[in-house]
Design a binder for this molecule. Structure first.
Ligand code: SF4
Ligand code: SF4
Length: 670
């Protein structure tokens, strides 16, 4: 009786504490996450992948450890409820006897063993193995959580063993494969009944303690993360930033995220779903190279400000905070420095690895919007790029009239006037790097030659093309983005452009995923996909294409994680005879950024090791004689990174250069 009363009171308290947290989420801006017929399947898949621990297995060992705790816990919870239900039933309706009882007994004991293995493993990882991402964020509450679980598991077995010993160890209890043998230890105990009761009370109190720490510690993710995962599919493509209204005409006066009320309710729910696992920390290129940014801290700090500014003031932060860290205003910048925000390369590795699909990058980009648009608080170097984009239409500050100069040595490249209708099948969108950067002009020439070889009907815009606005948008300057993108959409639509080929994943992402927000709808193809298509369809004659080299492909974040294009560039290189393809340890969706995304290309890197130096080291360690890239920024950064290690013998180049080289000269460039 007392136990059930206590349990009821505890459940009510837990409900109340969760309702306070939900009040915090309600402080956020609207975010349409409604379930519709169209997205239901996707939502269910996201939910299932969380519930079945698939997302956790992105890190094998940690995922397995967590599975040992999670699945047995669910089983034990279900078994306990069945036992309670059975007890409450009138004698005639009791269902736990015979085979059903034995099956339940063996299931519970096996699950209990798994559970204790999981808890032991978690203790080991945290306090003995001391895995970096866990060690740097261990808090006293971690001992409380693991300790509570350990007490639940151990007292569960002891209660069972004493109960079996008390009733004289009948044969049918042999199915309790742990409790039964354990009961032998207590057969001569003179206080059997007292011990049984003591362990039962301890077990019950530990369960009540578990319920109480559920809403007040990171353990709350048991409830919040499945909800978060279900809601994670968005109504915009992965690579697209949240649209903002037209800044010229809107009546809004503040943009981006500064106070809690500036985030969306989903972004706030996100923070409460965080498991504090630090997987995001472990993959962040900025963190790995000594910058102050740690994506986990971004989530936790937003969560801290949210908790501290709850109207009732009685909500616990996502995770225990040091006492000296107080929040006096509602601004997240009281906890988050602008250095952290500007260190992000927008590589999306954190979002991709997060086992509960927290949208970390979106928060960073919203904070950038606030810093850039409302405070003009951005690295001074970025100011030069902004001015160049505004005045010259490209961040390199080059004269627009020189945009098509790369084509001077080629015959038959049609340069369109942005005001006349397009009369070619494809528009080749060269991009600023491909037009002005010396290394990348070679990529443009190679791509154009390959297109010509395959007989593709294409034209370029030349001086009528200007920056897509990606660096402006990713650095928070939505005003400049809208200016550039608006002008581009107007001329592309006016010309009736339908199909666009581009070698720049940033242009690719912006044209395909973000221009629809401004009324620009095109079929955009990255040159890696197009070259793969030309090879597959035989339009590029590959008979003599050979490259006797060991090649490692470096994944571009905006092609890969932002747009899920991983195979096409590999297949292009793989189509060359004699080539030996190797992979870097971090590849595919775990690929490491080159350091230039998110407008980092136009910012200095003063702190720590350079990201490209680190990535260069990793690529060189594969023993490759060539590195293939598929992004103009990656090309520049990785080439520099490799050279910083004094390895001028390793050729870094875009896939189009390697391909053309293999076709024209059998792979003889050096
Ligand atoms: S997007 Fe990349 S650089 Fe930015 S926080 Fe995430 S992992 Fe770090
Ligand atoms: S944001 Fe995701 S990956 Fe990062 S600590 Fe939280 S749950 Fe783990």
């Amino acid at each position: 009786g007392i136990f059930y009363t206590l349990l009821t009171i505890t459940f009510l308290a837990v409900g109340y504490l969760f309702s306070l947290r939900a009040q915090n989420w309600e402080r956020g801006q609207p975010d349409n996450r409604r379930t519709t017929k169209k997205n239901f399947k996707h939502r269910l898949e996201a939910f299932r992948s969380g519930v079945w621990m698939r997302t956790l297995l992105r890190d094998g060992a940690a995922g397995l450890m967590h599975s040992f705790i999670y699945f047995p816990f669910l089983i034990l919870f279900a078994v306990t409820n069945m036992v309670i239900l059975n007890e409450l039933m009138p004698e005639s309706l009791k269902f736990l006897h015979g085979t059903a009882y034995q099956a339940l007994a063996v299931t519970a004991d096996v699950a209990g063993v798994g559970f204790l293995i999981g808890i032991g493993w978690a203790f080991f990882r945290r306090y003995i193995q001391r895995v970096y991402r866990i060690r740097i964020k261990s808090r006293p509450e971690d001992v409380v959580i693991l300790g509570t679980f350990a007490v639940i598991g151990v007292t569960g077995f002891l209660t069972e063993a004493f109960r079996i010993a008390l009733i004289g160890r009948p044969t049918f209890e042999k199915w309790s494969v742990v409790g039964y043998p354990l009961s032998y230890l207590f057969e001569n105990n003179t206080h059997m009944s007292g011990w049984h009761q003591t362990f039962w009370i301890m077990h019950s109190l530990a369960f009540i303690a578990f319920l109480l720490i559920l809403p007040t510690t990171k353990l709350r993710h048991m409830l919040t993360s499945p909800v978060n995962m279900y809601l994670s599919p968005r109504d915009r493509p992965k690579g697209a930033m949240k649209p903002l209204p037209n800044l010229e005409t809107t009546s809004l006066e503040s943009f981006g995220a500064n106070v809690i009320e500036d985030f969306t309710w989903k972004q706030l729910l996100d923070t409460d779903a965080c498991t504090v696992c630090g997987r995001c920390t472990s993959v962040c290129p900025a963190h790995a190279t000594g910058k102050s940014l740690d994506p986990r801290e971004i989530v936790l700090k937003v969560g801290h400000v949210m908790a501290a500014t709850h109207p009732s003031g009685s909500v616990s932060p996502v995770v225990g905070q040091d006492a000296e860290l107080t929040v006096s205003s509602g601004s997240v910048f009281e906890r988050i420095s602008s250095e952290e925000i500007w260190a992000c390369t927008t590589c999306k590795a954190c979002d991709d690895i997060c086992p509960v699909n927290i949208e970390i990058l979106d928060k960073i980009l919203d904070m950038r919007r606030y810093l850039s648009l409302m405070e003009s608080d951005f690295p001074s170097e970025l100011g030069n790029a902004y001015r160049s984009m505004e005045n010259q239409g490209n961040p390199w500050g080059m004269n627009q009239s020189e945009r098509a100069d790369w084509a001077k040595g080629l015959v038959g490249i049609d340069i369109l006037d942005g005001s006349s209708p397009v009369d070619h099948e494809y528009l080749y969108w060269v991009g600023c790097a491909g037009s002005f950067d010396d290394k990348n002009k070679k990529v443009t020439i190679a791509t154009a030659k390959l297109l010509q070889r395959a007989g593709i009907d294409f034209a370029i815009l030349g001086p009528s093309e200007q920056c897509t606005g990606d660096p402006a948008r990713r650095s928070g300057n939505e005003y400049l983005f809208q200016m550039l993108a608006g002008a581009n959409v107007e001329s592309l639509n006016g010309m009736g452009v339908k199909k666009i080929i581009t070698q720049c994943p940033h242009c690719f992402n912006t044209l395909q995923n973000e221009y629809p927000q401004l009324g620009g709808h095109y079929e955009v193809i990255h040159h890696s996909q197009f070259l793969e298509h030309l090879i597959d369809t035989g339009r590029l004659d590959m008979t003599d294409a050979s490259l006797d080299e060991r090649v490692v492909y470096h994944d571009s974040c905006y092609l890969g994680r932002h747009n899920d294009v991983y195979e096409a560039p590999r297949r292009v290189i793989g189509s060359l005879k004699g080539v030996d393809i190797v992979e870097a340890p971090r590849n595919g969706n775990k690929g490491m950024c080159c350091g230039a995304g998110g407008a980092r290309m136009w910012m200095e890197e003063h702190v720590g090791t350079k990201v490209n130096t680190e990535r260069g080291r990793e690529l060189l360690a594969t023993g490759a004689s060539r590195v293939a890239t598929a992004c103009p920024f990656c090309y520049i950064m990785i080439d520099d990174g490799v050279k910083e290690h004094g390895r001028d013998d390793v050729v870094v180049a875009d896939i189009s250069i390697h391909l053309l080289d293999a076709l024209e000269r059998g792979g003889s460039i050096s």
